[in-house]
Design a protein around this ligand. Sequence first.
Ligand code: NAD
Ligand code: DAU
Length: 349
Amino acid sequence: MKTILITGGAGFIGSHVVRYFVNKYPNDTIYNLDALTYAGNLENLKDVEKAANYTFLKANICDADTIFSLFKKYRFDKVIHLAAESHVDRSITDPLEFLKTNVLGTVNLLNAAKFTWKNNFSNKLFYHISTDEVYGTLGKTGLFTETTSYNPNSPYSASKASSDHFVRAYGETYGLPYIISNCSNNYGPNQFPEKLIPLFIHNILKNKALPVYGDGNYTRDWLYVLDHAMAIDTVFLHGKISETYNIGGFNEWKNIDLVKLLCKLMDVKLGKVEGASESLITFVKDRPGHDLRYAIDATKISKELGWKPSVTFEEGLFKTIDWYLKNTTWLEHVTSGAYQKYYEKQYKE
Ligand code: NAD
Ligand code: DAU
């Protein structure tokens, strides 16, 4: 029996990871630690909240004393660390919040794990979930591999890169057993509608403009969120200590092409005339420091650990759209209040 701490489990990816682990490991105890920021939502986990092997802990990873006392109380064996500020645009307006949660918060967890596990690192693991954005931007060709140099360009990616370095440094300096994985753009159910795909689904439903940054010729590599959760499970079970694994879908899309595909599928689902959603596309001011292209080489995780994505992009996008159409109450709940204020500020002009 293991005691597994998952941080950020009320967020988008975290909630899929928590659900996957709670259902797959009934004999282990899964603790979900989350501060419930604007991005954290316990509605994401309604179906597992009463499971006997699941406990929610409301706590902020920036609060070192609380984190230490929770490690002391529950003696976690394994940590899967997802809690973070995750939205690039927010990091441009408020870099300090990203430094606090992503860097200081991660170091607090590392200290608590090191202190609690001291002298007995056997069967312990600190698994840090990171992003492909730490590698910076690609030109028109090439892929990010595990040995690509770090070259972050936004305050978000700089804070994630810093947290990756701290995790690795704790491994080298103190012998803390760690693994890091760096994943490409996720999409799927429960994603907060500030990221491209859910924001645009939401705006199409509300008949609002679809704000494409710059000329839309930026490329991202998209992975269905459940495939990321399954990759995390694979790495958790079979990954080698002190290693990094890149996770991605070999699925590159230019933003403008993806948006046009999404518009087409939404027209069909909503019974609108062809082209109705596309007419909402509006080119707006570019994101400062906008990375041109991300693309992951996922050969290592595929060859060494046998993971590969289970759904195609078309299947994943269909499932995602269906989910948002069936869960309009969820959408209403998360788009009220604080999010509305952020939206007005971000897209003014
Ligand atoms: P998210 O913003 O949806 O969720 C983040 C969660 O962390 C929320 O539940 C929030 O309440 C919690 N949190 C934030 N600050 C906290 C704090 N100080 N203390 C405790 N909890 C706090 O993020 P996501 O998109 O699910 O991303 C999860 C992780 O995966 C992040 O580390 C992110 O960098 C990484 N990642 C995301 C993507 C992606 O496409 N979304 C891709 C690769 C890696
Ligand atoms: O690559 C992994 C990263 O993917 C994760 O680490 C981040 O947490 C996650 O937010 C995501 O970062 P991006 O910046 O790529 O995602 P976002 O959905 O914000 O933007 C995707 C692309 O769409 C990007 O090129 C910017 C563009 N965009 C985004 C928004 C919100 C627009 O053109 N208009 C928009 O309104």
